[in-house]
Design a binder for this molecule. Structure first.
Ligand code: ADP
Ligand code: MG
Length: 634
């Protein structure tokens, strides 16, 4: 059997594993249940892809976003690894064909969107599939009170019951202790191992500024810190506006959001990765799958809605381990808005029901049908037609998602579809007459079984790489083949879609569990308040604050965040410092002492001053404090 490293080299061309990857892979190969917590871009995919390639059988991958699944499948196919995807946007026949192919071991990886798990078709085929590993990507989506709960994820539990002997690897970028516990419980982990990278980022300096002009502060930061950067905003319009303002100041900047076409997004991202564009102004849509380790600044122009997202986004700075800056900006109005955000995010239930009714009207969808259906949904047109507020509708869609009624996806990428429409004999004649088309025709027939009789989703990118031609050239040839009556060709498209997970209900009876809804609202409020607390008044080192939030026990101050720097500035007078230091050493040289007893013994000193000296000595690694708050000399 090939070793993990050999597989990594063979398929990915990487020479070594990143921290934790090798250990995670070993545990998966040993058929243990594994929870892997690695930052975004940390290389989670390899943690299940490499072990799957070392074993017989197929790896089933559950992932929340169709676009993400498609991306990964394309990447695997480009490496010559057989992979397929099943999501709800696909026609029944295509799903069936893919599953049929899986029974004969055609694929090493099957990507599956979670709402498919309970479909009859999948259940019918499941016993015939030789599944060796289940990978649950973005596993935090299973946590009901977490920040990104997706109801279909709860269906994964059923898989576990059906396949009790198959190990599971769950992957996510960050999780609080509660979310961690929830994942382990809902996935019924047995004899499991957790791998967690420390949340501490020693060279990342966090700071927060409440300012009157965020653009001025942004310019100041960008002018002071050399190198590439990201500016995160909450709205698409802002990304463009701010990028233009930066350009006016002769700063190389571009913008990025989910409304830009996939091709454009790829171009923009590439230029930024290469350093041709210095600053990317973007919404949170930017960042998935970006792999640039020398980002020097990440500025948040608007407040995110939880510390999980803030930490993820800020953490894109300084992955090379060199000094980098994460700056959160707000005006006082932003803070007020954040404090009230829970009201906007959780509209009244009556309002939700009314908007649901309007959506059904817009889609002309009668009561009692629609389950599993995909509908084009133009959000702006909808708001205009029904005179509804865009933000309110966006929030309502989120609630309907959380309640498990629908899924809304912007710009779902639907691959091109092709079916041959001529007879085999005609095709042979055609190939002789037009040899220039032969490579493409051969590639289509070899890559896609059944394409002669059925309409099949094809990946133009893959055809391009097999034929060694550009995608544009492939598309042109496909159009020509269609014009000449050889094939039927539906070009790839990107459209926002609403996917009904349940049949359309009468609005009055739309099921929204009020208790759960209020509980979710409460959880949201707690999260945003924690973020406001973190921003405006952390009371401690920002790194420690974040670490504590995720259950990390490391209490050493970073020494470089704005909090730590302000503490250093207010340093106590030298005499007082020396006096406290001496007393501490006398006390601690006898025995490790709880912090409470230290305060008692040093009662005549100022308590804050004692704290500062302890922190200072701790930073100097001359004493340490354990979890219970007992201090001892090193
Ligand atoms: P995540 O899912 O954790 O966000 P990905 O699995 O998408 O991250 O990987 C991010 C990038 O890092 C990919 O381009 C991947 O090829 C790269 N990568 C992963 N592991 C390694 C490694 N050991 N050496 C070099 N690059 C790696
Ligand atoms: Mg990933």
């Amino acid at each position: 059997m090939s070793t993990p490293l050999k597989i990594l080299e063979k398929y990915w061309g990487h020479a070594e594993f990143r921290p934790l990857q090798a250990a995670i892979i070993d545990a998966v190969v040993a058929r243990k249940d594994v929870l892997a917590l690695l930052p975004t871009g940390g290389g989670k995919s390899i943690c299940f892809q490499v072990p799957a390639l070392m074993q017989d059988g197929m790896c089933l991958v559950i992932s929340p976003l169709i676009a993400l699944m498609q991306d990964q499948v394309n990447n695997l196919q480009e490496k010559g690894i057989e992979a397929a995807v099943i999501h709800s946007g696909m026609p029944f026949s295509a799903v069936k064909e893919t599953l049929q192919a899986c029974t004969s071991g055609a694929y090493k990886f099957l990507y599956l969107s979670p709402e498919r798990i309970e479909s009859n078709l999948f259940k019918e085929y499941l016993p015939a599939l030789d599944i060796s590993l289940i990978a649950v990507d973005e596993a935090h989506c299973i946590a009901q009170w977490g920040y990104d709960f997706r109801p279909p994820y709860l269906r994964i539990a059923a898989l576990r019951t059906e396949l009790p002997a198959v190990p599971v690897i769950a992957l996510t970028a960050s999780a609080t202790k509660e979310v961690e516990t929830d994942i382990i419980e809902k996935l019924a982990f047995k004899g499991y191992t957790i791998f967690r990278q420390p949340y501490k980022r020693p060279a990342l300096s966090y700071s927060y500024f409440e300012v009157e002009s965020k653009i001025n502060k942004t310019l100041e930061i960008i002018n002071n810190v050399k190198g590439g950067g990201i500016v995160y905003c909450n709205t698409r319009k802002q990304t463009k506006d701010i990028a233009e303002l930066l350009q006016l100041q002769k700063i190389s900047a571009d913008y990025y959001h989910a409304g830009v076409s996939a091709d454009e997004r790829q171009k923009k991202q590439k230029k930024w990765m290469l350093g041709e564009t210095r600053i990317m102004v973007c919404t949170s849509a930017f960042g998935m799958g970006i792999d640039k380790d020398d980002v020097r600044t990440v500025i948040h122009y608007d407040m995110p809605d939880c510390l999980e997202n803030y930490y993820q986004e800020a953490g894109r700075a300084g992955r090379d381990g060199k000094k980098a800056y994460a700056v959160l900006l707000a005006t006082s109005a932003d803070i007020t808005k954040a404090r009230n955000l829970h009201e906007t995010r959780f509209p009244a239930i009556e309002v939700i029901k009314n908007i649901y009714q309007s959506i059904a009207n817009y889609l002309q969808l009668p009561v009692g049908i629609g389950e599993g259906g995909y509908f084009n949904f133009n959000l702006l047109e909808f708001c205009n037609n029904f005179k509804l507020d865009l933000i309110l509708v966006t929030q309502t869609l989120k609630v309907l998602e959380q309640e498990g009624h629908i899924q809304f996806s912007e710009n779902i990428f639907l691959p091109a579809q092709v079916c041959f429409t001529c007879s085999k004999e005609n095709l042979e004649n055609f190939e002789e007459a037009y040899p220039a088309f032969e490579p493409l025709i051969k590639a289509l027939l070899r890559s896609y079984q059944g394409i002669f009789d059925n309409r099949i989703s094809i990946f133009e990118k893959r055809m391009a790489s097999i034929c060694k031609q550009s995608i544009e050239e492939i598309q042109k040839q496909l159009q020509q083949l269609a014009a000449m009556g050889i094939i039927e060709y539906l070009p790839q498209k990107e459209t926002p879609q609403i996917h009904f997970l349940l049949n359309r209900a009468p609005a009055a009876f739309l099921h929204i569990d009020k208790d759960q809804y209020l509980k979710r609202k409460e959880a949201f409020t707690t999260r945003i308040n924690t973020l406001i607390h973190f921003a405006t008044n952390p009371d401690c080192c920002r790194s420690v604050f974040i670490g504590n939030y995720f259950g990390d026990i490391d209490k050493n101050n970073c020494g470089i965040c704005d909090y730590c720097l302000s503490v250093k500035k207010n340093k106590i007078e030298a005499d007082t410092f020396t006096s406290i230091e001496k007393q501490l050493f006398v006390l601690l040289s006898k025995t490790p002492t709880p912090i409470g007893s230290i305060f008692v013994a040093l009662a005549k000193e100022d308590k804050d001053a004692v704290w500062e000296v302890i922190h200072f000595l701790e930073a100097e690694n001359r004493l340490i404090m354990n979890e219970e708050g007992t201090i001892q000399l090193v």
